[in-house]
Write a protein that binds this ligand. Sequence first.
Ligand SMILES: Nc1nc2c(c(=O)[nH]1)N[C@H]1C(S)=C(S)[C@@H](COP(=O)(O)OP(=O)(O)OC[C@H]3O[C@@H](n4cnc5c(=O)[nH]c(N)nc54)[C@H](O)[C@@H]3O)O[C@H]1N2
Ligand SMILES: Nc1nc2c(c(=O)[nH]1)N[C@H]1C(S)=C(S)[C@@H](COP(=O)(O)OP(=O)(O)OC[C@H]3O[C@@H](n4cnc5c(=O)[nH]c(N)nc54)[C@H](O)[C@@H]3O)O[C@H]1N2
Ligand SMILES: [Mo]
Length: 753
Amino acid sequence: MAAHKRAFGSDTVPTCYEDLEQADLLVLTGSNLAWCHPVLYQRVLAAKKARPQMRVVVIDPRKTATCDAADLHLQVQSGTDSVLFNGLLVWLRDQHRMDELFVRHQTQGVEETLRIAEWYSPSPRAVAEHCGVDEQDLLTYFNWFADTEQVVTVFSQGINQSTSGVDKGNAIINCHLFTGRIGRPGMGPFSITGQPNAMGGREVGGLANQLASHMELDDPLHHELVSRFWQTAKLADKPGLKAVDMFRAVEQGRIKALWVMGTNPAVSMPDANQVKRALARCECLVVSDCVAENDTLRYAHIKLPAQAWGEKDGTVTNSERRISRQRCFLPSPGMAKPDWWILSQVGARLGFPGMDYDSPAQIFDEHARLSGFENHGDRDFDISGLIGLDQPAYDGLAPVQWPIAANGQSKARLFGNGRFYTRSQRANFLPVTPRPPAIHTDEAYPLVLNTGRVRDHWHTMTRTAKSPRLSAHDTEPFIVVNPYDAEALSLEAGALAAVSSHWGEAILRTRVCDSVLPGDVFAPIHWSDQYASAARVDSLVNDKVDLISGQPEFKHTPVRVIPYRAAWYGFMLTRRDIKPRRASYWSKARREGLWHYEVAGEQRPDNWAARARQLLCSDEPGAEWRELYDSTQSNYRAARLVNGRLDAVIIIGPTPELPPRDWLVELFKLDKVDEKARSRLLRGTPPKGQDDAGRVVCACFSVGLNTIVKGIREQRLGSAEAIGQALNAGTNCGSCVPELKRILAEFAAGAYD
Ligand SMILES: Nc1nc2c(c(=O)[nH]1)N[C@H]1C(S)=C(S)[C@@H](COP(=O)(O)OP(=O)(O)OC[C@H]3O[C@@H](n4cnc5c(=O)[nH]c(N)nc54)[C@H](O)[C@@H]3O)O[C@H]1N2
Ligand SMILES: Nc1nc2c(c(=O)[nH]1)N[C@H]1C(S)=C(S)[C@@H](COP(=O)(O)OP(=O)(O)OC[C@H]3O[C@@H](n4cnc5c(=O)[nH]c(N)nc54)[C@H](O)[C@@H]3O)O[C@H]1N2
Ligand SMILES: [Mo]
């Protein structure tokens, strides 16, 4: 114990090498770092400022907020990355950039890999054509890569979520092996994980084909070793089903009982309607979650309340293999229990010995012992230096990077000695035969649907949708369409669009923007049936997967997009959580003190005034209505006030062009709406002399678009920094800085004249 304390006391945390900051060339491919890893992105920006020689290249079919930091953006055609990286490999060979010594002594398979790569990517011109990028831009990237020793290539879901995701990862790694740029400061291929504890999940064997401690189920040595450690003859000897296959088996009745824990597959799995069918058919569905309702819990026979982050205790591992203690700082609500406790209780009652753990520290100790069990340096995951921590030592554990050998020595960098965790200890070049995405566009489904994340929501929104601040940036599910396609398909900005694929349908608000290429559309993944009538984007997504990883092709599904024409459109702001059942389209967002609904319907009610009262009203003394309507029932506007305080606003019109919402949302904060404001209520715009802050841009300080534009105009704020100084916007998390710069550019181009 004393030895451990010496090595890891908080003042002697091992040096962190910070490769991302030390890189002279940072390549971000299939990663929207600015929005998905904002803390890291801010570190990159700071490094770039401190070291102007540092270059950033973004490879993405979309122009994202991350491109704001890019010296070069390669806006590739969706799914072409293997051709691109094969092309880089061939070009590096042609420019004699191979690290001879490293490749000869520390790797194997280079000849075959080059041969295949050359077949598909013979020249920069052929690659540029295939990927749809300018040849000069491509050569710029190739030259920078060749001439820069310290290169980190970061890849994320734009690479992985593909039927050839494993190939794409290998194509990237091949380029780093070829130049020997791995295992040294400021360089390496880097698959950045998404979930805060994605690495930890792997360490404990959380995949269908893994054993704990990074051991392989189909490796007889590993199987024997884990069996012996756990003293069992019953260790599974076949991999389980991966997620997509598993839900197929559930639908077919081959799996009858399912336990879903900490995931919301009715929203997040591809072909999500199939997943719903499976959940509905499942004979015994157990769901452990920390919220009372989500789309998956709807089907549960047994609900187990789980403690959430902040309520429980344990460890998590981040992308740089750093294990950190996660400490409980909130009381446990209701009957909620930690997931580990629920699991161990069920395990013990099923009669498995050794599962009746008392504490996370006890589980961690077993985890550490397995990692060190007969590990003579041949298995990468080794935390035997953390065996035997007593409760105080576990509680006081400072963040530490694995591996941590028995002598307490931690290793911040792997592969520095040129040895790899393969039988030969050499790194394998793997030949990559590029394959296009599984499903091609055709006449019926001519556009490619790309999906991903927005800045302020997390996955299926079970937690972020509760926050008015986080809900203010994107208040509605949407689809981004290139201006060229919008014109050809009569899709108007701000109108609704019906999106369909071979798998399902959705109705989404149209945004017209050249951030996507012609032929591509983009929709965020977050909205569930809890927050919109038809915006589960995964109901559209195809069910094809990578044969090795099982990863779905989330970023490429052929779709059709047509205008969705309703008889009426509207929005409602109300303090009550209501069910707009008669609307054929609705979405809802939490705002401060109210719910914000966007609605549209195919059938016009006979009497809007009566309908509004049904929806928004409970009989209350002191309630007062202000209304405006026409006899055709095409236009209806009403505000309900209770004792002078705004209670609800409903605005209905025959087209999607409706008054702004933001000033009205602000009025809900007032205890009394004065007569001046009242007279403007039904217009949605403030009386003269008062400001409408506009759509929220900076969520941290709630700074609206109109406030920013006014600042630019009147205070002559000429840069994102100046806006920050004057209005605070962008000075906390920094995630809105790319948007501030865009607003500045739009202002300069006369967009706000
Ligand atoms: N705000 C927020 N942050 C998050 C999350 C969240 O829900 N919200 N989730 C977390 C999780 S679990 C994850 S996994 C990460 C994901 O983080 P990222 O992978 O960075 O995010 P995505 O938006 O899924 O996709 C990344 C980019 O891949 C691009 N892309 C699509 N197709 C291709 C292609 O063929 N080639 C290339 N080169 N690029 C392509 C998309 O246009 C997109 O901009 O984010 C984490 N961070
Ligand atoms: N089209 C498309 N689909 C995608 C993606 C994409 O890019 N495009 N990305 C994919 C990726 S990378 C990811 S990671 C997934 C994410 O998909 P999911 O994992 O399904 O999404 P979450 O909303 O994070 O679901 C987590 C659930 O666990 C609950 N929860 C939170 N904390 C706890 C806890 O401590 N214990 C328990 N028991 N429950 C808890 C939450 O309330 C929520 O219901 O989506 C995938 N789906
Ligand atoms: Mo993820």
